[in-house]
Write a protein that binds this ligand. Structure first.
Ligand code: GP9
Ligand code: MN
Length: 401
């Protein structure tokens, strides 16, 4: 009940709430999020057969804040879990998707906060069916004003592959809709082409397949390369239309694309020595924050997807003290605070806890469990408190979240 919120608030008020000197730098700007399907951090700067997998992102990163130690914290809800973390700062559930299981809850979501504080309009763009992951219903709960889904796009056999419309026509057709939105807006565009099993017509392949013994890994580089081209096209159109300058862009990989059973082939492609913690390291996703006019900087602070929301709110100049969320501003986040995965695994400053064993992060060697012990209470606490908030629908009691 209502009294449960007190202990949660107490825990969260202890949370480091340092704000960086970047607080408010993007105040009043439009916010464009690009959720990059199945995009893992290893593709950044990586070449296959002498060709970059992400030539555009590699250039963009030179003029952006690039966070290179961020982990995918999604569970069974995959893309919907990443959306949930970014919009609410809460952890996904241990089974199923919150989008499907708790769409009638009250959430203090990013669209609502932005509307309340700065009168932002919120829209999501995605070429799939609106019922997928129960998005239509959950977006209404989260406070989105508009969901541009499959029926809002011109979808043909020719411009589709795998789950739906290919990323290049998706971005092309999204621009006109974006142009018509009231400003300032929060727009989330969710790509689709780089989805398992990574299918792509020959004429869309801009890089040759990799040469491992797993076709899934070999094809993956071609769909990531295609997605990179689509994002490039999007940026040049925005620039041409004068829609670039007053916008802050956030690009992030939603979750892994290469599942554990193909990781040996991935290691082979990357030239990585076999190592017990490779699995956790491969869960890193790129997070890129591009503020036009700001120069590039790589930030090596440890973090997770759950931290994206706090970071954005600070850039937009919105005070987050007292919010029921588990995120930390990535510009100031302390590496002593673990990145927590839904199954209780975690990454600390120097350790990785995986499959109930403790490893040295650098050597990948198993070490005594005591080294991981200091984190365990925080990990249990955060997952339990987050579950309490969701299962108890506790945010409905919070007037001023
Ligand atoms: C489906 C797309 C992919 O609409 O978001 O979902 P995923 O399988 O990655 O969760
Ligand atoms: Mn996904």
């Amino acid at each position: 009940d209502k009294s449960d919120t007190a202990s949660i608030k107490e825990y969260l008020s202890d949370k480091e709430n340092d704000t960086s000197d970047l607080f408010g730098i993007a105040k009043g700007k439009n916010l464009v999020l690009i959720s990059m399907e199945s995009t893992q951090d290893f593709v950044i700067g990586q070449k296959v057969n002498g060709k970059e997998i992400t030539p555009f992102l590699n250039k963009l990163i030179n003029e952006s804040y690039y966070f290179n130690q961020i982990y995918d914290q999604t569970a069974q809800g995959k893309t919907s879990d990443s959306e949930f973390m970014i919009d609410t700062g809460l952890y996904p559930l241990s089974g199923g998707s919150v989008f499907v299981r708790r769409p009638e809850n009250t959430f203090n979501s990013l669209p609502k906060i932005l509307k309340k504080n700065r009168n932002y309009y919120a829209a999501s763009f995605h070429g799939n069916d609106p019922s997928f992951w129960n998005r239509k219903q959950m977006y209404a709960t989260l406070g989105y004003d508009r969901f541009f889904a499959k029926a809002d796009y011109r979808v043909t056999d020719d411009n589709s592959v795998n789950y739906g419309i290919k990323d290049i026509p998706f971005f092309e057709q999204s621009i006109n809709r974006l142009e018509g939105l009231p400003e300032p807006y929060y727009a989330k565009l969710i790509t689709l082409t780089n989805h398992f099993p990574f299918l792509l017509n020959e004429e869309d392949q801009m890089i040759s397949t990799a040469n491992t013994d797993q076709e899934v890994v070999n094809r993956y580089v071609t769909t990531v390369r295609y997605q990179d081209e689509a994002i490039k096209t999007f940026f040049s159109r925005l620039k041409a239309k004068g829609m670039y300058q007053d916008t802050v862009f956030v690009l992030y990989g939603d979750h892994y694309g290469i599942s554990e059973k193909y990781e040996a082939a991935l290691s082979e492609m990357l030239g990585d020595q076999p190592n017990q913690v490779n699995h956790t390291k491969y869960r890193q996703i790129p997070v890129v924050i591009h503020v036009p006019g700001h120069s590039g900087k790589t930030i090596e602070n440890l973090g997770g997807e759950i931290d994206i929301r706090e970071t954005l709110l600070h850039l937009l100049g919105i005070e987050t003290r007292g919010f029921m969320s588990f995120g930390h501003d990535l510009f100031t986040r302390k590496s002593e605070h673990p990145v927590i995965f839904r199954d209780g695994s975690f990454v600390g400053d120097r350790v990785i806890y995986q499959d109930e064993s403790c490893y040295d992060k650098n050597t990948g060697k198993e070490i005594a469990p005591e080294a991981c012990e200091p984190y365990q209470e925080t990990v249990r606490n955060e997952l339990d408190l987050s579950d309490e908030i969701i299962y108890g629908d506790l945010l409905r009691f919070m007037r001023n979240h």
